[in-house]
Every structure is written in structure tokens, then in C-alpha cells.
Design a protein around this ligand. Structure first.
Ligand SMILES: *Cc1c(COP(=O)(O)O)cnc(C)c1O
Length: 479
């Protein structure tokens, strides 16, 4: 770098702050206290290095100006770091199962159960006998009771469950699947990829929009190991379509000594979303094995749930891959508490996603009106407007839930800037912009989040009013 070399021989470089000086300033001490000496030194060094490399030969700034600039730079670095990592947000997007925002918010009961299990717990211990117990037994029993399955098994997520089933039962042979179901669910889950990874050869049948029972029948050879049905989840073919009934597909599979596996994806234990297939119906149709997610419509922790015939599930349990895919005590604790709400028929009140999906437009309008009444009156323009919320999580893409949105706008501040400002709040508020207004959908904001949301909006109003909220504005600038 010629400029640095020139500067080197120049006195400008000698005015650069030392790492020590930087650590002694306010931000420096704050970082030392919050993140420890080692990290603070790392940050201070990188700031001084950057200042050195960016310095021009004719830089005339004094030592104290340079220290101020370095301190400001370090503060910005530090604030950026604060925005990273897993932290709570308020989901004001109206997308209920929001994969980027952690999918299903857990129920109070699930959170309490997780906190309890975080210490020592009965993960593999039987209190009755005082001997080793069967891991996952309680969750499996609840799943069976709720779905009518003979047996169940829990793994890390639905993608793992699908991979597991295909590997255990179809590797080295062929899996027959309709061309209409070779979908990508999002987050890189693609049916053809998971099949090839499992070592099973994909045998595509039918057309994108229509596949008949005879198509499956003709494709069966002595290489066939499995018939796969995939719920298209976030994708719908409408119009001239056909797909065989699950029961007919099951009869065909069984008459030829094959297994039928359905990847349901989200699946439903209740009828809150009419568009999603019920897990119990799938099993009742004769499916041998089915998989679905714990954190989609079910509203529990991330998990992949496998249900099916007892002998089939037992083979999975004995398979070496199970040890690699099994879940921990935290997942079991959260899942058991979630399933327990369904068993007590309390899902509609107790499980957040179920409650949010069931909320009517009238309820949301009432909440929105009361909410707006709590906001400070300022130049921020606040209107209520009709809108739609989405199920999300790759479930029921065609379902549009009518809602009432709180629309924010300001004559001087762009909606992008308002959205940035809210995103930089603590907790961050995630909203969406529609037609140049920032939209808040209370469907996905729990009542317990409302106070913080009011505070964030009032803070925003104040900042717009006084325009002197330098600290917050700094944080905003960095997004
Ligand atoms: C969502 C989905 C998956 C992946 O589930 P994860 O729990 O996210 O791993 C797999 N298959 C289908 C049909 C899905 O809808």
C-alpha cells in the first residue's frame, strides 16, 4: 500500500491511538466488562489496524481526534456484534410459522418443562423401578394416542426423518414417486436430493399435474423397495390435476409386498387449517410409515416425528442411524408438554401457533384498536387497514387469513427507515412493508409481547419527534 508506506515515514502514523488507550476509553471498558479482556483486545487491535491501513500520508488529525474516531469505530463494531446471535424478536409479520424467526413459539407449559428438564431429569430413567428407562417413551406414547399410530419415534427434524426412513427401507433399491411431488420445501430440502443421498434410486412416475394409480403399478419391478408420497407443502398444482387416493396407493403397495411411506411435512392434529392433511387420516388410509415436523402446525420444538406400524418403527429404532439422529432431553420435554395440551383438548388455547391461526379478524381488530389507543400521539401516522396473514412454514400456501393491520407511516421518514428503526429496537420488532407503509400484524404478536411493542413504537415516535435519539439512530444506521 503506497499511501501507508508514505504515511509510515510521515508523522501522522505516530498519532495513532494505542490498543491500551482504546481499551481505557468508555466503550473499551464496556467491552472489557461485557465480553472479557481477550475479546476487547482483539476488537481494539482490529480498529487500530484499520485506522493505520486507511490513513493517508497527509492526515492532519490530532492524537485526540484519532482516538475519538477509533472509539467511534470500536463502538460501531461492538454494536454490530450485539445484533448477532440468537435473540428474542417480536414477530409482527403475520406469518405464523416463520422459519426465519424460529418457527413455532413454544407454549408456556413447554417452556416450563424445558427449564425443568435442563437440570437432571428422567431422560432414560424409570422412577417406578429405579432402573434404566426407555428414552422417549412418554413422547412416543402421547404421539400414538393422538394419531392412532401403533408406534412412534422422534428424530432431529422432518428432513432427518425422511432421510432415515428412505435410508433404512429403500437404499440399494428403487423408490417410486410422482413427478408432481418432486418438490423443494425451502431451506434446501429437496425430495430428489434426499432420495439420492439415501442411496435409493428415484423412479419418477406420472406428470407434474396428474399421476394415476396405474402409473405407480406399471413402475413396480423387483428393484422396487418403497412407494413414496410427499405432501407438496408450500406448493400447489391447481386445475387439471389427479393423484390416487392414499388408500388405493396403500392397497397397491401391500398387494405387491411393498411399503407406502408418506412425508406429510406439517400435518395436522386439529382441523384449525382445513388445507392440511390429518396424520390420523393418513395412517387410517393404510400408510405404513409417515413423517412430520414438531415445529410446524404442531407448535412444538424442532423435531421429526415418525409414526407407523410397530414392526416398521422397531426396525428404525434398531438401526445404527437412530443413534445419530435422536433428540435430547430438551426436545423431549418441550414435545411432551406440547402433545399433552392436545391430549387435554387444550391446543386451541395452549399452543401459540394454534391460537394465532384460530384468531378471527374481529378479535384482531379489537386488539389492534385497543393497542393503538396505548400509543403516544405524535407525527407518526397510524391507521388500521385490512390485510392477510399467512400460515407459513411451508404449510397451506393457499390459505389466506383475514386480518387487520396497523399501518405506520411518517411524512418525513421513509418506511424503510421506520422498519430499520423497529428492527434495531430491543427486542427487535420484525415488520413488513406494504405499499410504502410499515405493517404490524398483531396475529403473531403474543399478548405478553404487546407491552414491549408499545414501548418500541412510542420510542420510535419520540425519536421522530425529538430527532435527538442519537444512540438508537447509530444502532439503526448499522443495519
Ligand atoms: C417441512 C417439510 C420437511 C422438512 O421438515 P423440517 O422439520 O424442516 O426438517 C420435509 N418434508 C416436507 C413434506 C415438509 O413439508
Amino acid at each position: 500500500m503506497p499511501s501507508a508506506t508514505t504515511a509510515n515515514s510521515n508523522s501522522a502514523l505516530r498519532q495513532l491511538p494505542s490498543v491500551d488507550a482504546l481499551l481505557r476509553c468508555d466503550v473499551g471498558s464496556e467491552i472489557v466488562a461485557a465480553a472479557g479482556d481477550a475479546h476487547a483486545v482483539l476488537l481494539a487491535r482490529s480498529v487500530v489496524e484499520r485506522q493505520r491501513s486507511e490513513m493517508k500520508a497527509d492526515d492532519k488529525r490530532s492524537r485526540s481526534d484519532l482516538l475519538d474516531a477509533a472509539e467511534q469505530m470500536m463502538k460501531e463494531h461492538w454494536q454490530k456484534e450485539q445484533m448477532a446471535g440468537t435473540q428474542r424478536v417480536i414477530n409482527a409479520t403475520g406469518v405464523v410459522i416463520h422459519t426465519n424467526l424460529g418457527r413455532s413459539p413454544l407454549s408456556r407449559a413447554a417452556i416450563d418443562a424445558i427449564v425443568e428438564a435442563a437440570g437432571y431429569c428422567t431422560l432414560e430413567y424409570d422412577l417406578l423401578s429405579g432402573k434404566r428407562g426407555k428414552r422417549g417413551a412418554r413422547a412416543e406414547q402421547l404421539i400414538c394416542e393422538l394419531t392412532g399410530a401403533e408406534a412412534a419415534l422422534v428424530v432431529n427434524n422432518c428432513a432427518a426423518a425422511a432421510f432415515f426412513v428412505l435410508t433404512a427401507f429403500a437404499s440399494g433399491g428403487e423408490t417410486i414417486v410422482s413427478r408432481g411431488e418432486l418438490v423443494e420445501i425451502g431451506g434446501d430440502f429437496r425430495v430428489p436430493d434426499i432420495l439420492s443421498q439415501s442411496g435409493s434410486k428415484m423412479r419418477e412416475v406420472g406428470a407434474t399435474n396428474r399421476t394415476k394409480l396405474a402409473d405407480y403399478e406399471k413402475a413396480i419391478t423387483d428393484q422396487t423397495k418403497l412407494i413414496l408420497r410427499v405432501h407438496p407443502s408450500n406448493y400447489r398444482v391447481i386445475g387439471f390435476t389427479a393423484t390416487p387416493m392414499l388408500a388405493d396407493l396403500a392397497s397397491l403397495a401391500h398387494s405387491r409386498g411393498l411399503m407406502l411411506y408418506e412425508d406429510i411435512g406439517s400435518g395436522a392434529l386439529t382441523d384449525v387449517i382445513a388445507d392440511e392433511p390429518s396424520i390420523a387420516d393418513s395412517l387410517a388410509s393404510g400408510v405404513d410409515i409417515a413423517t412430520f415436523s414438531g415445529d410446524k402446525l404442531l407448535g412444538g420444538p424442532q423435531a421429526g416425528i415418525v409414526v407407523g406400524k410397530a414392526n416398521v418403527i422397531e426396525q428404525l429404532r434398531q438401526h445404527p442411524l437412530y443413534r445419530a439422529l435422536r433428540v435430547d432431553k430438551i426436545t423431549y420435554a418441550g414435545l411432551e408438554a406440547t402433545l399433552d395440551a392436545y391430549r387435554r383438548s387444550k391446543a386451541a388455547e395452549g399452543i401459540p401457533v394454534q391460537r394465532m391461526l384460530a384468531a378471527t379478524k374481529e378479535e384482531i381488530t379489537q386488539r389492534a384498536e385497543a393497542f393503538v389507543g396505548k400509543l403516544a400521539k405524535t407525527a407518526l401516522k397510524i391507521d388500521l387497514t385490512d390485510g392477510v396473514s399467512a400460515v407459513g412454514g411451508g404449510a397451506a400456501p393457499a390459505v389466506k387469513l383475514a386480518t387487520t393491520l396497523i399501518a405506520l407511516s411518517h411524512p418525513q421518514m421513509s418506511s424503510a427507515r421506520i422498519e430499520h428503526y423497529l428492527r434495531a429496537s430491543k427486542p427487535a420488532v420484525i415488520a413488513r412493508i406494504v405499499e410504502d407503509r410499515v405493517m404490524i400484524d398483531l396475529r403473531t404478536v403474543s399478548e405478553s409481547d404487546e407491552e414491549d411493542l408499545v414501548a418500541a413504537l412510542n420510542h420510535l415516535s419520540m425519536a421522530l419527534f425529538t430527532a435527538d435519539d442519537a444512540d438508537h439512530a447509530d444502532r439503526t444506521d448499522q443495519i
